[in-house]
Design a binder for this molecule. Structure first.
Ligand SMILES: Nc1ncnc2c1ncn2[C@@H]1O[C@H](COP(=O)(O)OP(=O)(O)OP(=O)(O)O)[C@@H](O)[C@H]1O
Ligand SMILES: [Mg+2]
Length: 340
């Protein structure tokens, strides 16, 4: 029996997995909930439900932070629990993992160690730069392109990449993502209404409003706590407040896109202008984001069909195609000889 192959995109918000044997992609929140020390309570989406509502004896842990593994053993534990959950998990599989580029070698190696030294007993581990996986997911010709710009708007990071001739020309990982917007919304509402809302409520407001598309007088109810009376209640929140909270972090992304383009060699920049900018990552679901970027930068911008699973769809193609397999490499070879 052929051994299974898993494609992994470990996000700070959600983990996305491609299971070759079943030919399916699934995703779950990258969260675990623990009762007392080491007693597992819940994993994935179920654990996320407890976030912000859990009693004090339950600890809710996000093992990834800003795109990298911040709590190694928790991440290893969570991954194993998710893979084993009703999914006929068999040990000795092969893993192809999407990794960020603009991180240290130690942080990159942690993705490799995560599965090679786990109870999953990986047979083989290969890695792919995440923006290369995104480009394959977008059906772009990574090998022959003269210039591509991909912006992955994730939960805690925004990864900007320029690809040409099958490789990475430039890459920058910004520590700005959905969480940054949500924290900014929480702060803005606290200051202007003396009203405290949770992160999930802020996220819900951000997703429900058409931040780039709706009329200026739109309002939505939000549950929270009045900071003066201490009473839990609902208040009406205006779209303008959410818009102004998002303005600064969005502008930071725009400035970074522009500065990366400014540093791009002219012939690559010319190709990017022709090919356009591509958006992936969950935040790219926000309607109108591409029009905003297009207007600010002046380059045609398009969004992937399923932006949050674009990278893992790329991993799926890489796993299934002999030709594309070349885009995945082992950390035990070539540049990584120092590890032996
Ligand atoms: N429909 C939607 N509209 C707006 N934002 C959305 C939507 N769906 C998901 N998001 C946001 O997408 C973010 C998660 O995206 P994604 O899964 O790409 O992140 P991640 O890969 O886990 O994080 P990172 O890549 O930063 O480590 C969350 O902040 C979530 O609120
Ligand atoms: Mg991501």
């Amino acid at each position: 029996m052929a051994r299974n192959v898993y494609g992994l995109d470990l996000g700070s918000y959600e983990i996305k997995v491609y299971d070759k044997k079943k030919d399916t992609i699934w995703k779950e929140k990258d969260v675990l909930a623990r009762k007392e020390i080491n007693e597992l309570f819940a994993v994935g989406d179920e654990a996320y439900e407890m976030f912000g509502k859990s009693p004090s004896n339950i600890e809710v842990v996000f093992p990834m932070k800003e795109g990298v593994i911040s709590r190694f053993h928790d991440m290893q534990f969570l991954l194993a629990a998710l893979l084993k959950k009703d999914r006929q998990f068999v040990r000795g599989a092969e893993y192809v993992i999407a990794v960020p580029t603009d991180v240290t070698e130690v942080e990159k190696k942690a993705f490799f160690d995560l599965v090679i030294h786990s109870s999953a007993k990986a047979k083989e581990v290969n890695i792919v730069e995440r923006s290369i996986a995104d480009a394959v997911g977008l059906n772009l010709d990574v090998q022959n392109t003269k210039g591509l710009f991909i912006a992955n708007f994730g939960g805690e990071t925004t990864e900007l990449s320029i690809i040409a001739g099958g490789g990475m020309v430039m890459n920058r990982l910004l520590k700005t993502g959905g969480k940054t917007f949500d924290e900014s919304i929480i702060n803005m509402i606290r200051h202007s209404h003396d009203f405290l809302i949770g992160r999930q409520t802020a996220e819900h407001l951000r997703k429900s409003f058409g931040v780039f598309t709706s009329e200026a007088d739109e309002m939505l109810p939000a549950a929270g706590r009045d900071l003066i009376t201490r009473v839990p209640m609902q208040k009406m929140i205006s779209i303008n407040l959410v818009r102004s909270a998002m303005k600064e972090p969005l502008l930071e992304c725009i400035r970074s896109i522009q500065s990366l383009l400014d540093r791009t060699p002219p012939e690559v920049r010319k190709a990017i202008k022709e090919n356009g900018i591509f958006l992936t990552g969950g935040v790219a679901h926000t309607a109108g984001l591409e029009t905003y970027i297009e207007e600010m930068i002046g380059i045609r911008t398009r969004t992937a069909i399923d932006p949050d699973i674009c990278a893992v769809s790329g991993l799926k193609k890489i796993i299934r195609s002999k030709e594309l397999r070349k885009l995945a490499y082992s950390m035990l070879e070539e540049n990584y000889r120092w590890m032996k």
